[in-house]
Design a protein around this ligand. Structure first.
Ligand code: ZN
Ligand code: FE
Length: 272
């Protein structure tokens, strides 16, 4: 088990964007300047600028998980806005993807120090959804973009099932209490599928009822946490007999390893 520097007093707020994206806004009331703001995956500059002006914050850094437009589309406009205010903004992102305006490119085990919010993150490489996708990890939280969702995982646009399963396993191996800040509110649709895979999973049934309530009241289901996802997310449960049997029934064949189980339920979900 690796040990990571703490980002304990960092406050994480959601900025809603597009239909179902979450742009995560990080600040720290205990830091020297409580107005400092770090944004994760700002796909929509307007939504971020509204947040900045409403809370009278100063943007100091942008963290990017992968190259998709709904995650990077706001960078240029935010940098332009920041330059007019004379703020200097550092943009961090994956080394293995082509993204404009990155100042610092990152690979696995790199460290990101954000003294302006007393934050410290370590990088995980998570190929699968895209080939250079990364996550930002501290002992308290992980920003995992479109790799792990609550009850589900990202589609395989650029990677193989084996890569994605390995990436999800890295996340699953984080401490149970780690808060998971994914980039989309896909939970309810994911749980409908999860229940098709594991109809008898009582923790999953309970969680689905809870999320139905939250969403019915207009509330977010995110963050989730690693311990919960291990119990309810079929994509983290490819070695469980229940998931394997269900995948075999769907594929109408014997599946000999967790990667084959993963590949089967991923393509099943693509057409669900
Ligand atoms: Zn994406
Ligand atoms: Fe996305």
């Amino acid at each position: 088990v690796k040990s990571y520097m703490s980002s304990k007093q960092v406050t994480v707020t959601a900025i809603n964007a597009f239909n179902d994206n979450y742009i995560w806004a990080l600040s720290n009331e205990t830091s020297d300047n409580a107005n400092n703001l770090v944004l994760v995956d700002p796909g929509d500059a307007i939504a971020c600028i509204e947040h900045i002006e409403k809370h009278q914050q100063v943007l100091s850094a942008i963290l990017i998980t992968h190259h998709h437009h709904d995650h990077v589309g706001g960078i240029a406009k935010l940098l332009h806005y920041a330059s007019e205010k004379n703020w200097s903004v550092k943009v961090y992102g994956p080394a293995n993807e082509k993204i404009d305006n990155l100042d610092i490119t990152l690979v696995e085990n790199d460290q990101v120090s954000l003294p302006e919010i007393n934050g410290q993150f370590s990088i995980l490489d998570l190929p699968g959804h895209t080939k250079g996708h990364i996550a930002y990890v501290s002992p308290e939280m992980v920003f995992c973009g479109d790799t792990l969702f609550s009850g589900g995982c990202g589609r395989l646009f650029e990677g193989t099932p084996a890569q994605m399963l390995q990436s999800l396993t890295k996340l699953s191996n984080l401490p149970d209490k780690t808060s998971v800040y994914c980039a989309h509110e896909y939970t309810q649709a994911n749980l409908s599928f999860a229940l098709a895979v594991e109809p008898e999973n009582s923790q999953l049934q309970e969680y689905a009822a809870k999320v139905k309530d939250l969403r019915g009241n207009g509330l977010s289901s995110i963050p989730t946490n690693i311990g919960l996802e291990q119990q309810i997310n079929p994509f983290l449960r490819c070695s469980q007999a229940s998931v394997k049997l269900s995948a075999q029934r769907h594929a109408k064949q014997i599946l000999n390893d967790p990667t084959a189980v993963f590949a089967t339920i991923r393509s099943w979900k693509d057409n669900f």
